[in-house]
Design a protein around this ligand. Sequence first.
Ligand SMILES: *[C@@H]1O[C@H](CO)[C@@H](O)[C@H](O)[C@H]1NC(C)=O
Ligand SMILES: *[C@@H]1O[C@H](CO)[C@@H](O)[C@H](O)[C@H]1NC(C)=O
Ligand SMILES: *[C@@H]1O[C@H](CO)[C@@H](O)[C@H](O)[C@H]1NC(C)=O
Ligand SMILES: *[C@@H]1O[C@H](CO)[C@@H](O)[C@H](O)[C@H]1NC(C)=O
Ligand SMILES: *[C@@H]1O[C@H](CO)[C@@H](O)[C@H](O)[C@H]1NC(C)=O
Ligand SMILES: *[C@@H]1O[C@H](CO)[C@@H](O)[C@H](O)[C@H]1NC(C)=O
Ligand SMILES: *[C@@H]1O[C@H](CO)[C@@H](O)[C@H](O)[C@H]1NC(C)=O
Ligand SMILES: *[C@@H]1O[C@H](CO)[C@@H](O)[C@H](O)[C@H]1NC(C)=O
Ligand SMILES: *[C@@H]1O[C@H](CO)[C@@H](O)[C@H](O)[C@H]1NC(C)=O
Ligand SMILES: *[C@@H]1O[C@H](CO)[C@@H](O)[C@H](O)[C@H]1NC(C)=O
Ligand SMILES: *[C@@H]1O[C@H](CO)[C@@H](O)[C@H](O)[C@H]1NC(C)=O
Ligand SMILES: *[C@@H]1O[C@H](CO)[C@@H](O)[C@H](O)[C@H]1NC(C)=O
Ligand SMILES: [Cu+2]
Length: 600
Amino acid sequence: MHCHSFILFFLSLVQFISARALPGRSGDAKLVRIGANGPNRYPSHYTANITNSNCFNSPTSRQCWGGGYSINTNVDSTWPRTGRTVRYNLEIQNITLALDGHPKQVLAVNGQYPGPTIRARWGDTIQVTVKNSMQNNGTSMHWHGVRQWYSNPMDGTNGITECPLAPGQSRTYTFLATQYGTTWYHSHHSSQYSQGVVGTIIIDGPTSANWDYDLGVMPVTDWYYSSAFGIVSQLSVGAIRGPPPADNVLINGTNVNATSGGAYHRNTIQKGKKYLLRFVNTATQDGYKIGLDGHNLTVVAADFVPIEPWTTDWLYIGVGQRYDVIVEANQPIGSYWMHFVPQASCSNNKITNAVSIFTYQGANSTTPSDSTRNNGPSTSDCLDPNDNLIPYVQLDVPKNQTIPASSRLDVNFTIVQGNGTSQTLVQWNLNFTAIHAQWNKPTLEYVREGNTSYPRDMNLIELSTANAWSFWVIQAVPNLAPAQPHPIHLHGHDFYVLGAGTGTYDNSQTLNYGNPPRRDVAMLPANGYLVLAFITDNPGAWLMHCHVAWHIDLGLGAQFLEQKNKIRPLLDATVGWNNQCSSWDRYDDTAIYKETGSGL
Ligand SMILES: *[C@@H]1O[C@H](CO)[C@@H](O)[C@H](O)[C@H]1NC(C)=O
Ligand SMILES: *[C@@H]1O[C@H](CO)[C@@H](O)[C@H](O)[C@H]1NC(C)=O
Ligand SMILES: *[C@@H]1O[C@H](CO)[C@@H](O)[C@H](O)[C@H]1NC(C)=O
Ligand SMILES: *[C@@H]1O[C@H](CO)[C@@H](O)[C@H](O)[C@H]1NC(C)=O
Ligand SMILES: *[C@@H]1O[C@H](CO)[C@@H](O)[C@H](O)[C@H]1NC(C)=O
Ligand SMILES: *[C@@H]1O[C@H](CO)[C@@H](O)[C@H](O)[C@H]1NC(C)=O
Ligand SMILES: *[C@@H]1O[C@H](CO)[C@@H](O)[C@H](O)[C@H]1NC(C)=O
Ligand SMILES: *[C@@H]1O[C@H](CO)[C@@H](O)[C@H](O)[C@H]1NC(C)=O
Ligand SMILES: *[C@@H]1O[C@H](CO)[C@@H](O)[C@H](O)[C@H]1NC(C)=O
Ligand SMILES: *[C@@H]1O[C@H](CO)[C@@H](O)[C@H](O)[C@H]1NC(C)=O
Ligand SMILES: *[C@@H]1O[C@H](CO)[C@@H](O)[C@H](O)[C@H]1NC(C)=O
Ligand SMILES: *[C@@H]1O[C@H](CO)[C@@H](O)[C@H](O)[C@H]1NC(C)=O
Ligand SMILES: [Cu+2]
């Protein structure tokens, strides 16, 4: 048989097997082998025996996973099915915590910040029961970057995929870990995550380079001593022009404060070993450059996508983004600062250089000496290192696209002046509309009713054709908005980042169609453009928004309604979906706080 038709034969066989195994496609090892042996499929670094079923994950074979799964598996179509379910309970409470020594009212998950880490293995089912034990806020929990393939009602985006969860109520989210790597969960209920409703997720899987120990997740965030709800309500009525500077930076939930209370975050490492470290930017607004004095960072994954190992001394991370890196303890025994430097053009923080401490076993001092400092990083660079983010599994985009004007979504800014009887309203718009998600009538309720009379401010873009390429230009129009970069996040997909640059995109700029970066958050440069693509292979209502909490609260988002005719069965299978709306309506009748802004 001719090699090409042989491959097609096997692919159709695999598709047949997959179709029967819906909703999680069968992880047939054959697909992996075919891909691995296919013509020009994998780069020359492909040397490990990673499709061999005897190849298991170990410190010297991190590219392997087992059962024929490996770093070469295309997670968009293939994943293991372990049959295992990991279960967690998350309870949101209104308590006071002094994370950096300064007491603050926090909406905490299980009494802590960040909330507990959810840990599963690639191919596991994750089942999380969320209980709202706050008195005066609804909530909805979003699993950031989780593809939710054929499980859109589990996306936790209130006003889009569910009504908010009323105080006293619980709901269980169930979804499959089709991807692996590092991410976080957070509330999507207005700016509630900035008040504490945040935690991290690790899904264990293969890695594109070897390491000895996994240090776990290293979330970093800006930290405001005043209420995020208060700040955003002042912003929305123009009472303040721009947000105030954050008071601190928290690294894995801790730091010292301005009067030396609190504590640094610390890690101990052993000379000669390699450590996996999982950065997550869980901030409200800030983007950081991260670096460890004297050491390099070898970046092995961007968001949920493994990349060819790339070594750098400083790494920019925008809000919502993740990077898995390997740190090699190859320096003289001692203590070293890790720096988290807020970048001026996408941050506003009283702290200009937040630090944590890495100490080698056997070091005489746990306080770093300044003589081991790296050169300082740039301090105002909020751009993604797109040229260095080369996905390990190569996927191309159809070349030479002419992107129509109708696929351009402009970012603009409005101040609607008040006049005494009505308040001034400050809005961020996408396609000249500030999105508003109706908590009591989410998009999926429109789908359930078969109602297509979408109010304009749902900012809904219908994508009815299945499995089609969809191209978008996000354009920050100079003079129509403050010159700020925006971390753009899409739910339900890893998008392809075809290009990002300054100026206006007019189809004359060169785009990258050959294995471009894939991820779920990408930076839109100030006064610039971001060109994205994805395949419409996941039915649902998917929010796309700026991840700066202030900006999405003031409207910077749109939603894709993808393959609407396939959503009803997903909704019908979601136990209690309607009841959650009824409970919300009952609560909302007498609630102290009503929906403001976008609700997102
Ligand atoms: C791959 O596995 C085969 C058989 O298990 C072995 O003979 C071969 O040496 C291995 N190759 C590498 C590069 O490890
Ligand atoms: C720093 O933390 C200490 C407690 O360790 C606290 O007493 C102090 O008020 C805090 N400083 C600031 C500026 O919040
Ligand atoms: C938290 O508690 C305070 C009173 O201590 C109350 O004013 C506030 O509304 C509560 N917030 C929520 C979200 O329940
Ligand atoms: C949540 O509760 C806080 C008080 O803790 C309040 O300031 C805020 O407006 C409430 N937000 C929403 C969206 O209900
Ligand atoms: C962050 O804190 C969590 C919880 O204490 C811990 O499991 C994790 O290892 C810490 N991360 C790092 C990088 O030390
Ligand atoms: C860091 O990476 C650079 C470039 O690859 C290399 O020259 C340098 O030796 C590395 N430094 C350390 C400490 O590993
Ligand atoms: C620790 O201090 C002792 C005494 O000053 C010195 O001899 C030793 O070399 C130091 N060890 C390291 C690892 O710095
Ligand atoms: C894309 O455009 C380039 C330059 O015009 C051309 O050389 C190439 O053949 C085109 N590729 C396709 C697939 O049309
Ligand atoms: C103020 O604005 C509101 C809303 O646009 C409008 O209905 C009202 O007539 C205006 N009042 C005055 C005094 O201009
Ligand atoms: C931005 O868009 C809004 C909504 O369409 C519009 O009212 C406003 O005039 C626009 N702003 C600018 C500066 O063009
Ligand atoms: C469709 O939704 C709109 C907005 O909620 C509502 O006013 C209208 O009655 C609905 N139509 C139908 C047929 O349910
Ligand atoms: C952008 O908004 C205009 C109306 O202002 C609408 O006609 C157009 O369809 C919107 N674009 C998309 C992609 O929905
Ligand atoms: Cu933004």
